[in-house]
Design a protein around this ligand. Structure first.
Ligand SMILES: Cc1ncc(COP(=O)(O)O)c(C=O)c1O
Length: 397
């Protein structure tokens, strides 16, 4: 493997980092190791690998060369010591928590989260005697007030799905660390191209690689990044024995391929999203617009201080509420009505009835997810075509 290439540019590292030895046949692209197990030369060698006395692959739930290439590349891009690629974003999140929490522990999580993450905490972890407390982490002082020596993990997304709330990564890490808690950040919306939580103090970063990292809507994957010690525990306790959320080599290959164009794609997503947010400002059908790149966005300055650009996600509240949201979606002709995000296609969804239907209406209100909220994952099409479609759909609301 080539050594970490931090000094080189992002796109260069996204293309070259992690690429192994020259292939015996000269193949430029690494082969895909579609194998579940690995043959040992001798019984002693097998025993030595299990005992950790000899390097080498054993079984694909523990590691596979196609995944190693992806993990090495992502660790380089995110500035982490180590990375683990898993089967989905939820596989990443659950592998982290099952590794580090036990009954009696407490975790503090932000009040706005992706719907299934919220469901995992609320309906999953709480069932196992783990106290989950929801804190508005946009106000750093709230964390300072709520944290205690029982707090094992502080968890948030920034920008948060779906309403783009920004959390001050550095300030939250300082408070959490002074209490001995680990900070876990979901960096799915930004990718390492736009934001590096580890450089700002975070202990662990998770991604749904299903989204921008893969980038083409053709796979499910997740990744976890941290220091070598934590990653070893997450691999050999969380993944191996508790979640088994193993990524297939085929999908690892597709994420590696997607990463080669991440910089180009993110620049285009950001350009298009800025144009759409600007256009929404002129619509009288639209109330609040949630896009950190707008100077009118409440946390614009904070976003500017920790993100390189503002990303490809835009959300807005329609004055007509729930019904207006559905009408808007049904009026689109180019943009697709679909959940997920980070694909080439522009995807539009209604969080209250789709991704965030895991919250009750009361919880949605409490957690700031409006009934008329529409979320757009701005795609890579020509901006003028996306704008036209959104304008005509707004006209029908
Ligand atoms: C912010 C965020 N985190 C995690 C996930 C879960 O990822 P996956 O669907 O790959 O399990 C999602 C999925 O939409 C997401 O939006």
């Amino acid at each position: 493997m080539s050594s970490p290439e931090q000094a080189k540019g992002f796109a260069t590292r996204a293309i070259h980092a992690g690429h192994g030895e020259r292939d015996p046949y000269g193949a430029l692209t690494s082969p895909i190791y579609m194998t579940s197990t690995f043959e040992f030369d001798t019984a002693e060698q097998g025993a030595a690998r299990f005992a950790g006395e000899e390097e080498g692959y054993i079984y694909s739930r523990l590691g596979n060369p196609t995944l190693t290439e992806l993990e090495y590349k992502l660790a380089d891009l995110e500035g982490a010591e180590a990375c683990l690629a898993v089967a989905s974003g939820m596989g990443a999140i659950t592998s982290v928590f099952w590794t580090f929490v036990a009954p009696g522990d407490e975790i503090l999580v932000d009040k706005t989260l992706y719907g299934c993450t919220f469901a995992y905490f609320h309906h999953g972890l709480e069932k196992f005697g783990i106290t989950v407390r929801y804190v508005d982490m946009c106000q750093v002082k709230n964390l300072a007030r709520e944290i205690s020596d029982k707090t094992k993990i502080v968890y948030f997304e920034t920008p948060a799905n779906p309403n783009m709330r920004i959390v001050d990564i550095k300030a939250i890490c300082e408070i959490a660390h002074s209490s001995g808690a680990r900070v876990v950040v979901d960096n799915t919306y930004c990718t390492p191209y736009l934001q590096n939580p580890i450089a700002l103090g975070a202990d662990i970063v998770v991604h749904s690689a299903t989204k921008y990292l893969g980038g083409h809507g053709d796979l499910m994957a997740g990744v976890i990044l941290s220091n070598a010690e934590d990653m070893e525990q997450i691999r050999y306790v969380g993944l191996k024995d508790m979640t088994g959320a193993v990524l297939s080599p085929m999908n690892a290959f597709l994420v590696t391929r997607g990463l080669k164009t991440l910089e180009l794609r993110m620049e285009r997503h950001c350009d298009n999203a800025e144009k759409i947010a600007q256009m929404l400002m002129d619509s009288r059908k639209v109330g609040q617009i949630f896009f950190p790149g707008l100077p009118s966005f409440e946390q614009h300055e904070l976003a500017k201080s920790q993100m390189n650009r503002f990303g490809g996600m835009v959300a807005f509240e329609l004055h007509g509420g729930h019904e207006a949201g559905l009408k808007f979606l049904n009026s689109l002709t180019l943009c697709k009505i679909a959940v997920s995000l980070g694909d080439a296609e522009t995807l539009v969804e209604h969080p209250a009835s789709m991704t965030h239907s895991t919250y009750t209406p009361e919880e949605r209100e409490l957690h700031g997810i409006g009934e008329g909220l529409v979320r757009i994952s701005v795609g890579l099409e020509n901006a003028a075509d996306i704008l036209l479609d959104i304008e005509q759909a707004l006209a029908q609301v």
